[in-house]
Design a binder for this molecule. Structure first.
Ligand SMILES: *[C@@H]1O[C@H](CO)[C@@H](O)[C@H](O)[C@H]1NC(C)=O
Ligand SMILES: *[C@@H]1O[C@H](CO)[C@@H](O)[C@H](O)[C@H]1NC(C)=O
Ligand SMILES: *[C@@H]1O[C@H](CO)[C@@H](O)[C@H](O)[C@H]1NC(C)=O
Ligand SMILES: *[C@@H]1O[C@H](CO)[C@@H](O)[C@H](O)[C@H]1NC(C)=O
Ligand SMILES: *[C@@H]1O[C@H](CO)[C@@H](O)[C@H](O)[C@H]1NC(C)=O
Length: 461
């Protein structure tokens, strides 16, 4: 971590006194206090980002391992968290960073598959960036310049690459694989998060565009996950995934909050898109109950599969925040869920800020909200979770996500990303010097002529 932390004498004195539990500097007692707290937590989170400095890669966090702690997808999730932060608090401080990052990482085909990240490119990784692009459209985040792909077009591109027959084989009766390149570890695993992101994006595109093709895919994906038993048919617990060699019957029953959260938010969109269909009301209700039951003991977010034994990976250390955000959005578009969800999120956020007493400035956040004490470790995930929990407290006075018919202005392209993986595999064949020069030249042509990415796509074929 790049440390700018200098103050905090008081906090270290308290810490050295040993028995005294450090007092959090944060409060969420009023809207102003919430905004002040969120601003500070956001600032601390962004100290991990150096992509806006000369020579650094725009849009990513230090990584992927071993080069740094963070896989590519987490930055995509972070920009989405900051969009929600902006919408809930009105603070535009980071909007330029968000714009640059979201555009740069879209990659040469404007579908969030830049070749730098092929080795860790899963459908879920791409999906997280796609969901952040979708969010930009829904929140009316400032539109990019007209020669750049619109937010809606970027979300459609991600959706179309994943709906393409190239990504759907007969194993396990359907479903997406975890990884995209067939040579990646995990290509033989079909999991809940890859399919959950696709479901979520389909549901949101359906609501935003009112185009039933997206809803059909969301239905189909839900049915598959339910049919194969990743969504437990009895209690709606959501399990991690299984292998194609076993026809997806060797289910890994570990539960992670983002799996249930991503389905919950998607189901809320299907509920809204279908104008309150009973089927989706039931599914959503069961997901809300299961999510609170499993992941919010005493109404405080808890990552059940790894928190108690300190086995959460860097990825897992960020799941609570998405769950908070996704649940809070559900209350806007499926208002019947508010009564259950909002009190839980409020209690959870209160616990979240109490343990932000770490670091030299005495306000860094750890992960163990339920314990009430800073656990000695901080990072992007820990900060992002608390940022999400605190910002979301303002959701009641934040407008609901828009649609194309209710104020949305984002430029779409329903053909974006529909070329299939042939071109993707082409871009990602082993890099030779010739390829490198070629890619460099193509980038130069795009910039020089400003003819745009789609123009290049057709002539690059
Ligand atoms: C990068 O962004 C951060 C957060 O907005 C800001 O504090 C910093 O000054 C920026 N750095 C450069 C080189 O622009
Ligand atoms: C890919 O990596 C190169 C070299 O680090 C960097 O200049 C470029 O911006 C990266 N592309 C993306 C989309 O991040
Ligand atoms: C694989 O599992 C599905 C249920 O998910 C079942 O319908 C199908 O018959 C199974 N296929 C084989 C080859 O066992
Ligand atoms: C759908 O969402 C809108 C907010 O955009 C809300 O006013 C409406 O009540 C929701 N529909 C249903 C059936 O809850
Ligand atoms: C709906 O979306 C599908 C999938 O992208 C697309 O092929 C179709 O043209 C769209 N329909 C309309 C009316 O826009």
């Amino acid at each position: 971590m790049r440390s700018f932390l200098a103050t905090g004498v008081a906090a270290s004195l308290i810490a050295s006194a040993g028995l005294v539990r450090a007092q959090s500097q944060y409060s969420i007692d009023s809207d102003d206090a919430i905004k002040k707290t969120a601003a500070s937590v956001a600032w601390d989170m962004l100290q991990y980002y150096s992509g806006n400095e000369t020579g650094a890669t725009v849009g990513i966090l230090p990584g992927p391992p071993p080069a740094g702690d963070y896989y590519w997808w987490e930055a995509g999730a972070m920009w989405g968290t900051l969009m929600d932060y902006w919408r809930c608090t009105g603070d535009t401080s980071y909007n330029d960073l968000i714009m640059d990052a979201m555009q740069h990482q879209a990659g040469p085909d404007a579908d969030y598959q830049p070749s730098n990240v092929t080795l860790s490119l899963g459908n879920d990784d791409q999906g997280f960036w796609g969901m952040s692009a979708m969010l930009a459209a829904e929140l009316k985040f400032p539109d990019p310049a007209s020669d750049k792909p619109g937010w809606l077009a970027l979300a459609q591109a991600v959706f179309n690459t994943q709906a393409n027959p190239d990504r759907h084989d007969k194993t396990c009766n359907g479903g997406l694989r975890w990884q995209i390149p067939f040579s990646n570890n995990g290509y033989n695993y079909k999991n809940s998060i890859a399919n959950g992101c696709f479901f979520n994006l389909g549901a949101r595109l359906a609501r935003y565009t009112d185009n039933s093709t997206y809803a059909d895919w969301a239905e189909k994906t839900w049915d598959w996950m339910y049919g194969v038993g990743y969504i437990d048919n009895d209690n709606y617990h959501v399990y991690d995934g299984a292998h194609v060699e076993k026809n997806c019957t060797d289910i890994n029953k570990a539960q992670f909050s983002y799996n249930t959260g991503v389905l919950l938010q998607g189901a809320a969109h299907m509920y809204n898109y279908t104008k309150g269909a009973k089927k989706w009301e039931d599914r959503l209700t069961k997901l809300v109950d299961a999510t609170i039951d499993v992941f919010f003991p005493n109404d405080i977010a808890f990552e059940i599969s790894c928190e108690d034994h300190d086995t959460c990976t860097t990825d897992m250390l960020s799941f609570k925040g998405y769950t908070h955000r996704w649940m809070s959005v559900a209350t806007k578009i499926a208002p019947f869920t508010s009564k259950k969800i909002l009190p839980v999120l409020a209690t959870s956020a209160e616990a979240a800020i109490k343990q932000c007493t770490g670091g030299d400035n005495g306000r860094q956040c750890g992960f163990k909200w339920k314990s009430g004490v800073y656990d000695g470790k901080t990072g992007v995930g820990q900060q992002m979770n608390v940022l999400a929990a605190v910002s979301s407290l303002l959701i009641e006075n934040t407008p609901p996500p828009v649609t194309a018919k209710s104020g949305g202005t984002s430029k779409g392209n329903s053909d974006a990303g529909s070329k299939g993986d042939g071109s993707f595999q082409n871009h990602n064949k082993p890099v030779t010097t010739g390829d490198k020069a070629g890619a460099g030249i193509i980038t130069f042509i795009v910039l020089a002529t400003a003819c745009g990415i789609f123009g290049w796509m057709s002539f690059g074929e």
